[in-house]
Design a protein around this ligand. Structure first.
Ligand code: CTP
Length: 392
């Protein structure tokens, strides 16, 4: 059962949409509004959507509501909206209504979606309460900027119901990567030719970002070295932006000694222009020109060479087959050559995989042996890669 707490703010009108999303995802939902929340949305609405009775205080009803049983039955608690007052009472450990009593008694993961006027959100008291709750492991969602109740705009809107529902599903995930420090590269490097041009590749960074997000949701401490991502970096990970292969190499080599798991998901340019022009290369007077390229370091091979004791290293192999050998045979060679503990091999003929939301990969061990095949969304492939890396 997911327990949805609703505090008394105008954003309470969006709580029914969240309850809908959770029940549609197959969860049983119990709603615990504060008395103030019922000033905004009636109990009948919550009861109809959740199919369960609604109570607001510990002494309500003939037999009262057992807040301990309710807390014990909840696999996750989500408070949306969480007002300044609710956050203050929760942070102080008060239990003066059913919702705060349940929050105090529950040991389940808790997600809060603060919603209030900007001035109240930015007040040091609210900020201190949020910091206290975060330090206790409560998942505090951002309150995006936008139109508030009145004509004014600013931070303090409640996160969208879909984002809250996604945070609840993430909170339900097994925390089997707590204590694992993951260093992961994603995206594609850009090697400058001049101030406005570069040699690049079509990697979107989606698979690496899915890995970073999946690992963070399972409790890992994630550092994402991000090379020109076409998608936003996930919440809850440390981001180190880089542009070129050399910058990527420097960042990975600096950070790798502190990582338990290193994943090289970035598409790295193997060559860069021998020198980048300081001003824009002009067309006039040139019939054509040739570019001198020099090799970039093989970052993965270097990381393997300097691996910290016990560290697990995962590489990718983007391959196309040719007349003689299949993409898989090339990937098996690469797995053996580079020495990563796990290689995620993709056939990329015809531009497949790069930029797509789905992936189809073969997982190879250090000697090129096939561990398994995974096909699905990049999120599903990320889970399988993390499981395989954990099993090493
Ligand atoms: N890689 C790397 N440094 C490079 C090139 C690639 O660390 N200079 C990493 C990639 O992040 C990936 C793996 O090596 O994890 C394989 O990348 P891929 O592009 O498939 O292979 P290459 O090493 O570039 O080999 P080739 O171009 O011969 O296929």
């Amino acid at each position: 059962m997911i327990l949805v707490g609703v505090a008394g703010g105008i954003a309470a009108y969006k709580a029914p949409a969240l309850i809908r999303l959770l029940t549609e995802a197959g969860h049983t939902v119990r709603v615990v509004p504060t008395p103030a929340a019922l000033e905004f949305v009636g109990a009948a609405t919550f009861e109809a959507l959740s199919g369960a009775p609604v109570a607001t205080d510990v002494f309500g009803g003939a037999a009262g509501v057992d807040h301990i049983a309710l807390a014990g039955a909840a696999r996750a608690v989500v408070v949306a909206p969480a007002t300044a007052d609710l956050l203050a009472r929760y942070a102080a450990g008060m239990a003066n209504d059913l919702l705060t009593a349940v929050l105090l008694a529950s040991r389940a993961p808790v997600v809060v979606a603060p919603a209030m006027h900007t001035a109240m959100l930015e007040h040091p008291a609210t900020q201190a309460n949020l910091a206290t709750l975060r330090a206790r492991g409560v998942i505090v969602l951002d309150s995006p900027a936008g139109r508030l109740t009145g004509p004014d705009t600013g931070p303090g809107r409640m996160a969208e119901p879909a984002a809250i529902a996604a945070a609840v599903s993430a909170a339900l995930r097994p925390q089997d990567l707590v204590g694992v420090r993951l260093l992961i590269s994603a995206g594609g490097t850009r090697e400058p030719l001049d101030p406005v041009r570069f040699l690049g590749n079509t990697s979107s960074g989606k698979q690496g970002v899915a890995l970073a997000a999946g690992a963070a949701a399972r409790g890992a401490d994630v550092t994402l070295v991000a090379a020109n991502l076409a998608v936003p970096a996930p919440d809850g990970v440390r981001v180190v932006p880089v542009g070129t292969a050399q910058e990527l190499a420097d960042a990975m080599e600096r950070l790798a000694p502190d990582a338990d798991l290193v994943v090289m998901a970035a598409a790295v340019a193997d060559f860069r222009p021998a020198s980048a022009a300081l001003s824009k290369i002009k067309r006039s007077g040139l019939d054509g020109f040739s570019l001198e390229l020099v090799a970039n370091p093989d970052i993965l091979a270097r990381l393997v060479e300097r691996r910290a004791p016990g560290q697990v290293i995962v590489g990718f192999a983007a391959e196309t087959g040719d007349g003689e050998r299949s993409a898989l045979a090339h990937a098996q060679d690469k797995a053996r050559r580079k020495g990563a503990d796990l290689t995620v091999a993709n056939a990329v003929a015809g531009g497949a995989v790069f930029g797509d939301d789905v992936n189809d990969a073969v997982l190879l061990d250090r000697s090129g042996g096939i561990i398994g095949r995974v096909a699905g969304t990049k999120t599903e492939v990320a889970e399988a890669v993390l499981d395989a890396a954990l099993g090493i």
